[in-house]
Design a protein around this ligand. Structure first.
Ligand code: KG4
Ligand code: ZN
Length: 339
């Protein structure tokens, strides 16, 4: 199946053409023929965060050129497609609506079927685009700017939420701490780079799980963010690499500890880490170490597959279309859609 994927849920306008074989089985293979991402980072940078109104406007300007480029780079005409897939939620409503309307229009114009997919499912299935992918069941840790969640992937298309962040997402914590330290937006990659030169044991930041968690598989990062703020107020920034490394260690320690605990509790043989924060070098190293010790097979999609992209949306949509699912004619965006 050849599917066009369109993603506009937050601050990336993305489109990709993906070819999926054995799409209706539990071992599908996906390959991106093109994968075009236009990031709006420069639009939002001076505000230190995503401004929803500006995001919608920029998507509106970029979405057709980005789709054109994805089709051209894969030498695909609309008529060559077996389907179109678009992110329906969760995300910013105005941003989502741009992709949903374009997807519906292209589907109506070409007569090709349309799938409306969940952005989180896209992140979870991005691993199918890599060289090496597990078969279900597996544990998925989704860590991005908007989400920090653990899912049991029971089969492709069937997910059970095991834990969530009770406050900030991990990427949000990275970005907020980076802003506090005067680093550019989005700050996760800057902290990662600076931390490489620092001592992760220089400052002992809290890892505390929120008392509100019933399962011990939830996350909480707002206390850590406040602890960094208090530290800076009391002692100043001091050695910036040490501060970055210590903060990053606290986040990665909590994420990997909970993921290993969840995999053990649900007896899942493999862990897939996805979402923008999965690009973090310390998270990748610590997860490798802890999964090896716990005999859990670890899958880490390449950083390009971890951050928002159209290929993951095309893949998730291809599997749904292959199972006969079709977006209803009246489909709209669903900004709060839970997987
Ligand atoms: O998945 P994504 O591209 O967009 C969302 O769906 O949110 O994730 C973006 C997030 C941002 O918070 C960014 O700071 C973070 O991923 N990020 C990183 C790194 N690269 C991106 N965080 C830590 N270390 C990195 N290397
Ligand atoms: Zn995302």
């Amino acid at each position: 199946m050849r599917v066009l994927g369109i993603e506009t849920s937050c601050d990336e306008t993305a489109a990709a053409v993906v070819e999926v074989s054995d799409a209706a089985t539990e071992r599908p293979r996906a390959r991106a023929l093109s994968d075009v991402v236009h990031t709006q980072a420069d639009v939002h940078e001076r505000f230190g965060g995503v401004v929803p109104e500006l995001a919608s406007r920029d998507h509106l300007q970029r979405v057709l050129p980005v789709i054109d480029e994805a089709l051209r780079k894969s030498a695909t005409a609309l008529d060559d497609l077996d389907g179109i897939s678009v992110t329906r939620g969760p995300g910013l409503v105005g941003a989502l609506l741009v992709g949903v309307q374009v997807g519906k229009s292209l589907s109506a114009a070409s007569g090709r079927p349309l799938a409306g997919v969940n952005h989180i499912e896209g992140h979870l299935l991005a691993v199918l685009l890599g060289d090496d992918a597990p078969s279900p069941p597996w544990l998925g840790l989704v860590v991005s700017g908007g989400h920090t969640s653990l899912y049991e992937v029971r089969s492709l298309g069937s997910y059970r939420a095991l834990g969530h962040t009770l406050d900030d997402a991990a990427g949000e914590a990275f970005d907020k701490v980076a802003k506090l330290l005067g680093l550019p937006y989005p700050g996760g990659a800057h902290i990662d780079r600076l931390a490489a030169e620092g001592n992760p044991r220089a400052i002992d930041f809290p890892r505390g799980l929120s008392k509100r968690s019933k399962t011990e598989l939830d996350f909480s990062f707002s206390g850590l963010k406040t602890a960094v703020l208090h530290h800076v107020r009391e002692h100043g920034v001091g050695n910036l690499p040490d501060l970055c490394a210590s903060f990053q260690e606290a986040v990665c320690d909590a994420l990997t500890q909970r993921a290993v605990r969840a995999a053990r509790a649900a007896r899942l043989p493999s862990l897939v880490i996805c979402g923008g924060v999965a690009a973090n070098s310390r998270l990748r190293a610590l997860a490798s170490e802890r999964c090896a010790a716990a005999e859990i097979a670890l899958y880490l999609p390449s950083p390009k597959l971890c951050t928002d992209n159209g290929a993951m949306i095309a893949t998730a949509g291809a599997l749904r279309l292959a199972r006969g699912e079709r977006a209803p004619a009246g489909m709209s965006a669903d900004p709060g859609w839970r997987l």
